[in-house]
Design a protein around this ligand. Structure first.
Ligand code: IFM
Length: 476
């Protein structure tokens, strides 16, 4: 019996993704100043093992080698982020040429290899100076972000045509200022809500700045990490828990971005904390700036119930190290790990969540193309005696999730691309270097890069657009 090949659309973007602080290192070179992640990672007890991004995987010095690596994988796109303190060290004023030159060199290398650069402006590394002035809970940070966006667009707008403002603003707001497990490590529920709004506003202002500078054909986007929230039961309490988390994780961003309004139930749930007077006159109109695509990052779904017995534990693992909840106004919600397979992060493996997410945003934002800007898994891969790295779990994870993407496309989702998180092992935030998400293994002693078997599997997909099967490869 012949099985029909699982084929993706011809112009599909096949990419890998990284972020500046997770890979670059060289934190004091070329005029770069500390970001909140430098400060946070150097604060004892914040990151496992005391790891920092000081060296990371030395991408700053190995840029050319890393682009060759990508070319070897056959990918046609690369999603990277610009380090704000590398190009605008104080978070204000003109750009620093040495910093901008690094990204210009990267973009040129990518284009020379036929790889489309997909640039993210903010993947969590706020210049420390702006945090000292109050950080994202302060409105001015949104304006500083728009100015920074303009600086980068003026420098790279002639070569980069896909622009993403923010990566996962939920993490910046609620892990950075709510539970405090991410930089800057503050724990104020109102600060977290203020930060969420100012991130939204920063996105809108930056989108305006980008549009005013970039050529007409440039594409604007934002990458969200929506929670696929499932109620543990259909009881009214559990359904209400689902509604609350959906408001705080998803609609707080999707509402203003796509509809120009915050959800009313979010205001009601948080009324005891704030009157939201930090939302000014035309903020919502600014935030609802037209997008060319919506970036979605997906790893695992969340299962919630109504309970008073535990603090919210974010089931994607980011929030479990803090006694402070990342969910303002939703203290009586419990998070549960569904039974079944998990990754090294403890996150459940559930491709149906990705399918549901794609179909959800197809309904929520009709006509807006979707791009999966992150998906992947951490596993404790070990090199074999001959140096090869066989990671069948990751291949299975990717196969399952890409099958779900294919199904979503067949059912009407307009998905334009998929970016594997991550190109290579790197600094996994408060987990340090202990969690490996890479398709390419990095030996942190020697900085040697070794493509794992998942990298070869993904290369076959990127080159042909046809999902490779599993069995033969897993026996290899
Ligand atoms: O490593 C992170 C990335 O920086 C943002 N999204 C989730 C990834 C895995 O935790």
């Amino acid at each position: 019996m012949s099985v029909r090949p699982v084929t993706f659309p011809p112009a599909f973007l096949w990419g890998t993704a990284t972020a500046a602080y997770q890979i670059e290192g060289a934190v004091s070179e070329g005029g770069r100043t500390p970001s909140i992640w430098d400060t946070f990672s150097h604060t004892p007890g914040r990151v496992e093992g005391g790891d920092t991004g000081d060296t990371a995987v030395d991408h700053f010095h190995r840029r050319a080698e890393d682009v060759e690596l990508m070319a070897g994988l056959g990918v046609n796109a690369y999603r990277f982020s610009v380090s704000w303190p590398r190009v605008q060290p104080t978070g204000r004023g003109p750009g620093v040429q040495r910093g901008l030159d690094f990204y210009r060199g990267l973009v040129d290398d990518l284009l020379d290899h036929g790889i489309r650069p997909v640039l993210t402006l903010y993947h969590w590394d706020l210049p420390q100076e702006l945090e000292a002035a109050g950080g994202w809970p302060e409105r001015d940070t949104a304006h500083r972000f728009a100015d920074y966006a303009r600086v980068v667009a003026e420098a790279l707008g002639d070569r980069v045509d896909m622009w993403t403002t923010l990566n996962e603003p939920w993490c910046s707001a609620f892990l950075g200022y709510g539970s405090g497990v991410h930089a800057p490590g503050r724990t104020g529920p109102v600060d977290a809500l203020r930060a969420a709004h100012h991130l939204n506003l920063g996105h809108g202002l930056a989108a305006q700045a980008l549009r005013s500078v970039l050529p007409a054909g440039a594409k604007l986007s934002i990458s969200l990490n929506p929670s696929v929230v499932r109620a543990r039961s259909q009881s009214p309490g559990d359904l209400d828990a689902r509604r609350r988390i959906d408001a705080l994780a998803n609609r707080i961003f999707a509402g203003p971005l796509l509809k120009g309004a915050y959800p009313q139930d979010l205001f009601a749930d948080t009324a005891a904390l704030t009157d939201w007077s930090f939302v000014h006159g035309d903020d919502l109109a600014v935030i609802k700036h037209p997008l060319d695509s919506l970036g979605l990052n997906y790893y695992a779904p969340a299962v919630v119930s109504d309970a008073t017995d535990s603090h919210g534990e974010r089931s994607d693992g980011h929030g479990d190290a803090s006694e402070h909840s990342p969910w303002p106004g939703a203290d009586a919600v419990s998070f549960h790990q569904p039974p079944g397979e998990r990754t090294e992060m403890g996150w459940s493996v559930d491709p149906t969540g990705l399918y549901d997410l794609l179909l959800h945003y197809t309904r929520e934002a009709p006509g807006l193309p979707l791009v999966i800007t992150e998906n992947g898994a951490a596993y404790d891969d070990k090199p074999a005696a001959d140096g090869t790295v066989h990671d069948p779990d990751r291949i299975r994870y990717l196969h399952g999730h890409l099958s779900a993407v294919h199904r979503a496309i067949a059912d009407g989702a307009d998905v334009r691309g998929y970016f594997l998180w991550s190109l290579m092992d790197n600094f996994e935030w408060s987990y340090g270097y202990g969690k490996r998400f890479g398709a390419v293994r990095v030996d942190y002693e020697t900085q040697t890069r070794t493509p794992k078997s998942s990298a070869h599997w993904y290369a076959a997909l990127a080159r042909t657009g046809v999902l490779p099967g599993l069995p033969g490869l897993l026996e290899a």
